[in-house]
Ligand binder design. Structure first.
Ligand code: URA
Length: 243
């Protein structure tokens, strides 16, 4: 790209949400910014934000103006599709942006929690493809008490009707009487997998919520709420799937 075309790198970074132009100039000066794999030290460098692949500290910065990334907290009773031919409530009832978005994976209608929405087809594909093994964390309510060796059993794995399944992490999150909230992390997405896994070890799930998808946390997003992901979160998602 010659000196007339394109947009100055510090402007592109600032508009992507990295920080002020001054801060972005500092990052460039410190050799922390690469464009298409090459470290850039020149403040005047111009790039095409629609095609340049830009990283700061090794993390991808999305600069294509049309790309959208959101987190939504799917409420109970809502189907995980963008429309429902049977007229049930769907994700579209909670989306208040005009762009056409895909949902990244699904939750059961009776599961609430985090679903990512985007128009970035490649990222969505990788986030749901088993070969990328993206971690998802759930809170499940079960009836206690929980035996000491349950975590080990779940991490060792159990045999389900469609093959083996295991948790990557399992711990007790909270307990009130016999109602126990457990936190379970897996890196796969077969249908009803958390319910089936916990039922198999004798703890059928009473309520289920997804609280994390890869690096993205549900945090304080209320059921039915939607928020745009920030530039760091988008970079972390890219990193999780090797982009
Ligand atoms: N596992 C389940 O059992 N249900 C979900 O909705 C997601 C994971």
């Amino acid at each position: 790209m010659n000196d007339k075309e394109g947009v100055r790198l510090q402007k592109v970074l600032a508009e992507a949400g990295i920080g002020s132009r001054r801060h972005c100039e500092e990052l460039i000066g410190e050799g922390r910014v690469t464009v298409n794999g090459n470290t850039i030290f020149r403040f005047g460098e111009r790039v095409d934000p629609q095609t340049a692949v830009i990283h700061v500290d090794g993390q991808r910065v999305e600069t294509r103006s049309e790309m959208r990334y959101y987190a939504i907290n799917k409420p109970l009773g809502v189907v995980s599709t963008m429309s429902d031919e049977r007229g049930r409530k769907s994700l579209a009832d909670f989306v208040d942006v005009p762009e056409r978005l895909f949902h990244v994976g699904r939750l059961d209608t009776d599961t609430e929690g985090l679903i990512l929405l985007t128009n970035d087809g490649e990222l969505a594909h990788r986030l749901t493809h088993p070969s990328y093994g993206v971690f998802k964390t759930y809170l499940a309510e079960v009836h206690g008490p929980i035996p000491r060796d349950l975590s080990r059993r779940l991490r060792m794995g159990v045999e389900l009707e469609d093959g083996p399944a295991k948790a990557d992490d399992f711990k007790i999150f909270d307990q009130v009487g016999r109602r126990v909230l457990v936190e379970i992390t897996l890196h796969e997405g077969r249908k009803h997998i958390v319910r089936r896994l916990l039922k198999e070890v004798g703890f059928p799930v009473q309520q289920l919520a997804r609280i994390q998808f890869g690096p993205i946390k549900l945090a304080s997003l209320k059921p039915g709420g939607m928020r745009a992901l920030n530039v760091k979160e988008i970079g972390a998602l890219y990193k999780a799937v090797g982009l």
